[in-house]
Design a protein around this ligand. Structure first.
Ligand code: PHE
Length: 426
């Protein structure tokens, strides 16, 4: 069975999964829409009380059984394998539209390198989004087919340090901008009245799970390749720290630019692809910044996409006995088909369903409701159906810490997620 070469590469891979479009594009956008700094309070609470305990549980289960996601569900309960496949399906559906956005980031990286300024509306009314989506599927599939050591490890080892280097460089630059202060004011000054709105809390909890890649079996799969002596709770804290850092730095960069160039802070989904390129067009050395920014977005997106791919590759390999190459090829073909409607919804075809673009529908349905539901299934299966000894044996937490993690995963997480799933469906 495959193993990470060191704990460091495991942490890099898990940070690679966590830090993605969710940090650099979704986080500033959600902060902008939910009234700035006040949103950070429910967000931190959701990260610390809900996402981190589930992250620790997932890693413990992964290392304990050293199995793929479907087999792990099967070990929790004989009839639960089918639930494992359901979670795999949700992950696959999320991946299918995530790769469309990954394609956009690649396209804008190419445009910046070529020095051509292409507006988002021109881009999304051509067939280019489909072509770049197919390239993203291919790249993700090929890396997964190379395996844990030759594929995933090699990519994350150079891309994750690179991601943080760019983030740091862009942050230092953004501090020098005149819009830094008003930007930070908007970003960090709390508007406490927002805290009485349930939708702010729902957005925060959803974003915490999405951003930390928790509740979809990514950490069960990555944890199954972890060496026996690696400290799980400490790894979880390191991964969470870097994920929060990436989100905060991204927020600083984005809002400094937005306020320096007088752009709209709550621009919604087009923030990264139409608002920021306009800022880059106006500043000196804008092309360099634009290349750096889109290289950052693409690297972050790719390493997250790879982790979702690996959940499915490992499940198919383990359950059907297929080789890694065949499992990856099969998933690439499947993804090209499932993701095509999302890709086409932002193309010259403008594919819509009852007036909404398919990609936006996917983000709300599987990306938000589906993810909460899958996190609910993971929390219930691995906390209610298996004994606490697995958690205790793998984590070596003190008695008090153990009972905190254990009660949060047993009661708080299912209650919170159930409420979100019901609220979202209604
Ligand atoms: N955490 C990733 C992001 O922030 C998205 C992701 C979710 C990746 C779930 C893997 C699993 O963009």
């Amino acid at each position: 069975m495959e193993r990470w070469s060191s704990r460091l590469v495991f942490i890099l891979a898990a940070i690679g999964s966590a830090v993605g479009i969710g940090n650099i594009w979704r986080f500033p956008m959600i902060v902008g829409q939910n009234g700035g700094g006040a949103y950070l309070i429910p967000y931190f609470l959701a990260v610390v009380c809900l996402a981190v305990p589930l992250m620790i549980l997932e890693m413990a289960v992964g290392r304990h059984w050293r199995s793929n996601l479907v087999a792990s569900f099967g070990l929790a309960g004989r009839k639960l394998e089918v639930v494992g496949w359901l979670v795999c399906l949700i992950v696959l559906l999320i991946l299918s539209y995530y790769l469309v956005i990954t394609g956009w980031t690649l396209a804008y990286l190419v445009f910046s390198l070529l020095g051509s300024s292409v507006s988002f509306s021109a881009f999304s009314s051509s067939l280019q989004p489909v072509i770049y989506f197919m390239i993203s599927v291919l790249v993700t599939g090929v890396i997964a087919s190379l395996g844990v050591n030759m594929g995933i490890e090699r990519i994350v080892s150079f891309m994750i340090p690179f991601v943080f280097l760019i983030l740091l460089a862009l942050t230092l630059f953004s501090i020098s901008l005149p819009g830094f202060r008003p930007g930070m004011d908007f970003f960090l000054r709390p508007d406490y009245s927002m805290l009485s709105r349930p939708e702010v809390w729902i957005a925060a909890i959803g974003q915490a799970f999405f951003s930390l890649s928790v509740g979809m079996g990514v950490l069960i799969t990555y944890g199954s390749y972890l060496k026996a002596d690696a400290d799980i709770p400490q790894s979880a804290l390191i991964i969470t720290f870097f994920d929060l850092l990436a989100s905060m730095l991204a927020g600083m960069i984005v809002f400094s630019l937005v306020f320096t160039f007088g752009l709209e802070p709550a621009a919604g989904a087009e923030l990264a692809f139409s608002t920021l390129p306009r800022a880059f067009g106006l500043m000196p050395y804008g092309r360099v910044f634009s290349v750096l920014f889109f290289a950052l977005l693409f690297s972050a997106a790719l390493t997250s996409a790879i982790s979702m791919m690996e959940v499915n590759v490992a499940a198919i390999m383990g359950q059907s006995g297929a080789s890694r190459k065949r499992a990856s090829l099969f998933l690439m073909i499947l993804l090209a088909g499932i993701g095509a409607p999302s890709a086409l919804s932002y193309s010259s075809l403008d594919l819509r369903f009852y007036g909404s673009r398919i990609l936006d529908l996917m983000d709300v349905s599987v990306g938000t409701v589906g993810l909460s539901f899958s996190a609910l299934l993971v929390a219930i299966a691995f906390r209610w159906f298996i004994s606490n000894d697995v958690l205790a044996g793998e984590t070596h937490l003190s008695r008090r810490q153990l009972s905190a993690v254990s009660n949060l995963t047993k009661y708080a997480i299912p209650i919170a997620l159930l409420m979100i799933t019901v609220a979202m469906i209604m």
